[in-house]
Design a protein around this ligand. Structure first.
Ligand code: F0G
Length: 471
């Protein structure tokens, strides 16, 4: 198959889109600090093989002008200009910019809601508790905020093929943005460990979807070899443009909180790109004086996929302890996280922590977020489960404000939700799990199609008390 670097972007080349200010960003190695203007296909430092991040000297110059930026960003919310309609490009002063607007691939990502969580607040005793719901993005996960930036640079460079290894959400997002940009996309996913919901998105958007007989870590390893051999552009979070887009979650969150930083931000951890991106944004916002102090950024993992937890506990964050990952929260079923060093740095720089939670805690927390009328996918629910542990240990105090980052939409993993409500998720429920989970279950009932049967069902439900009895 010929894989050439000429792309369908040529059909956009006549667009009368304005040129943007000349890009001034560079790539900096997070290990040896080398600064380069062009990155190789694997986005690794040619000297020490560590990951690259994006820096831009122009961001530092924003410092005395930071306050007017807040007004400018807010004003853009009432503009109908294409870049302003995106909750990512609205913050373009702190992002790497393509050469021209015609390269920008956008599905109007970002601008996601910040919800109060009154029930979970009563459950945890944390009075100021919020959820930043990234599952409300166009393809249903936070990946879209990074994908708009990285796919724009892929289009600018004229790539014909983009590729990723994925537990599902990255592939759905990449396939959508590639389709919008007229690029082809290659998806590598672990066979049998990706929800149909996510896989079906990639199929509809037209990706070449390969289900590999391995886990996510095996897929990512193979992709790293592939990008050295074939002209495909990788859109995993090793690609630092992804993390730049994902920074905007933090910009937008602070804007929604009128620039008053919360005490804690809690995020799920898988390959650790998202926590790294949010941490980078917090540090940059502090450096340009958009915020006066840093929230503590904490990462929660599933017990069965706890590489970062062990790395911090057993190796003080100095070397990665890999694990053989297993969890029903398949989005974070990752044992060899690529961005672990970036994540360790931002957790330490912000005074955050790292915690693990059990499968039962995840299922319970997911149902409790559902009971708010919001819902999320299992990987996102680790944040509430982790918060409960933090409250018990005293790391989070009831008087502090907390933001949970919900990374994926409830509709992303219907199998998990159905199994939970039918009571099939834990065939042998450990310990007192049944007592904790049963009141949260709402299994469907099959009835004869008669008025009487429905009225009886209503009466039974009324007798058994409120839908969510514990709060
Ligand atoms: N939550 C969801 C819903 C995810 O899909 C992922 C990662 C994470 C949390 C963890 O974020 O990897 O940046 O630490 N999903 C990737 C994927 C790996 O392929 O969709 P992370």
């Amino acid at each position: 198959m010929p894989l050439s670097a000429t792309s369908d972007r040529d059909r956009h080349s006549q667009d009368p889109q304005p040129a943007l200010p000349k890009a001034t960003f560079n790539f900096r190695c997070i290990g040896c600090g080398s600064v380069i203007s062009n990155a190789a296909q694997d986005f690794r430092c040619s000297r020490c093989d560590n990951l690259l991040e994006i820096t831009d000297p122009s961001w530092k110059l924003l410092s005395p002008r930071a306050a007017p930026l807040k007004t400018l960003w807010r004003e853009r919310r009432s503009s109908n200009a294409a870049l302003d309609l995106s909750g990512v490009w609205r913050f373009r002063e702190l992002l790497p910019m393509p050469e021209s607007e015609r390269h920008v691939v956008s599905l109007r990502e970002g601008n996601t809601p910040l919800y109060e969580l009154p029930r979970c607040s009563r459950l945890t005793g944390v009075l100021r508790l919020y959820a930043k719901h990234q599952g409300m993005n166009p393809t249903g996960s936070f990946k879209d905020t990074g994908m708009t930036v990285a796919s724009s640079f892929a289009r600018q460079a004229g790539h014909r093929w983009v590729a990723c290894a994925s537990t599902g959400n990255t592939s759905a997002s990449m396939a959508a943005y590639a389709a919008r940009a007229g690029m082809r996309s290659l998806v590598l996913v672990p066979e049998g460990k990706v929800s149909w919901s996510k896989l079906s998105q990639a199929l509809d958007y037209g990706a070449l979807t390969c289900q590999l007989r391995t886990d996510f870590d095996g897929c990512l390893r193979l992709l790293q070899e592939l990008v050295r051999r074939a002209p495909v552009y990788q859109l995993n979070s090793i690609n630092p443009f992804r993390l730049e887009g994902q920074k905007t979650l933090a910009f937008e969150l602070l804007e929604q909180l009128d620039w008053e930083p919360p005490d804690h931000i809690i995020v799920p951890g898988g390959n650790l790109g998202n926590s790294s991106a949010i941490g980078k944004a917090l540090l940059e916002m502090r450096d340009v004086e958009l915020i006066s102090h840093l929230p503590k950024l904490s990462v929660i993992q599933a017990e069965g996929a706890n590489a970062l937890v062990r790395t911090l506990r057993e190796a003080e964050g100095k070397q990665l302890i890999r694990v053989q990952a297993e969890t029903r929260a398949t989005a974070i079923r990752i044992g060899n996280p690529a961005s672990w060093e970036k994540a360790v740095r931002v957790i330490q720089a912000t005074g955050g922590a790292c915690e693990e939670v059990s499968e039962v805690e995840i299922a319970q927390a997911k149902a409790e977020i559902g009971a708010e009328g919001i819902g999320c996918e299992p990987a996102s629910a680790v944040t509430l489960a982790g918060l409960k542990r933090f409250v018990r240990s005293g790391f989070v105090k009831p008087g502090e404000s907390v933001v949970l980052v919900l990374t994926g939409n409830l509709l992303k993993d219907p199998d998990f939700t159905m199994e939970f409500h039918r009571g099939d998720l834990f065939p042998v429920a450990p310990g007192d799990a049944g007592d904790r989970l049963n009141p949260l279950r709402h299994p469907p009932v099959v009835l004869d199609a008669s008025l009487e049967a429905v009225i009886q069902a209503l009466e039974r439900a009324e007798k058994s008390g409120p839908a969510h009895p514990n709060v």
